[in-house]
Design a protein around this ligand. Sequence first.
Ligand code: ATP
Length: 238
Amino acid sequence: MLACSDLRRAYGGFVAVDGVTLAIGAGEVLGIAGPNGAGKSTLLDAISGHAPASGGTVTLGERELTGLPAHERARLGLARTYQSPIVPEDLTVREVLDAARWAWSPTLAEERLEEARALVRLAAPERRRAGLLSTLERRKLLLACLLMREPTALLLDEPCSGLVGEEIEELTEIVGDVRRARSLAIGVVEHRLEFLDAVAQRVLVLDRGRILAEGPAAEVFGLPAVRAAYFDAPEVVA
Ligand SMILES: Nc1ncnc2c1ncn2[C@@H]1O[C@H](COP(=O)(O)OP(=O)(O)OP(=O)(O)O)[C@@H](O)[C@H]1O
C-alpha cells in the first residue's frame, strides 16, 4: 500500500536518510526504531512530503507521490502525526473536530467524524478547551481529525512521547483497533521498543540513515548489531 524505494534525504553534504526501501501492506503496522539521530523523523518527512526527498520514490497504492507537496499526498490518502501533539489551544474539542471536518470537505458526513472519534476513544467533553487536554487526549483528538478523512496510510511519529504506563497500553489498543477497523498501512516511529513489539507485525531499525535490520520485533531487537547501535558497544558487533 505505502512504499518507498531508495529514498534519500540530504542536508547539504550530510545524508540523513540514505537509500531506504520499505513497503507497508494494508492492515499492517511497521515499527521504525533506531537510536537518536538515525533519520527516523527525516524518513517520515520524506515519505509524507514535509521535507522533499533528495532521491528515490514514494508510492501509495498505484499512485506515485514523489515530488508532490505534503497537502497533495494528504489528499491522496496519506496521513501523519508529529512527535509534539500541537492543538489549537483556545478552540474547544468540538471546534477542533469541526475545523478539521470543514478543512477537509464541507460535505464530510457527521457520521465519519463520530466514527473517528469513537475509534480513538476520544472521551474528552466537547466544550473542553483543547489546550486543557492531557497529552494522550491531544493525540486522540489529532488522530480523530485525521481518521475522519479515511486515509489509506498513516504515519505516527513517536506517539508514546509524553505518555506513561496505562496511557501507552491504551494507545497500543487504539492502534490495533485502527489497523483492524480500517485496514490501514501504518508506520510507527517509536523509541519504546515494547510498544513496537506490541503493535507492529514487523519492525525495521534505522542507523545513520540506513536500514540496519528488519523483521519480527522479537528477533530484530535482540540482534547484536542492533544492540550495538543502541548502546554504542562496538565490541558486541565484533
Ligand atoms: N534541518 C536539518 N538540518 C540539518 N541536519 C538535520 C536537520 N534535521 C535533521 N538533521 C540531522 O539529520 C539526522 C537525522 O535526524 P532525525 O531527526 O531524522 O533523527 P531521528 O532518528 O528522528 O532522531 P530522534 O530519535 O532523536 O528524534 C540527525 O543527525 C539530525 O541532526
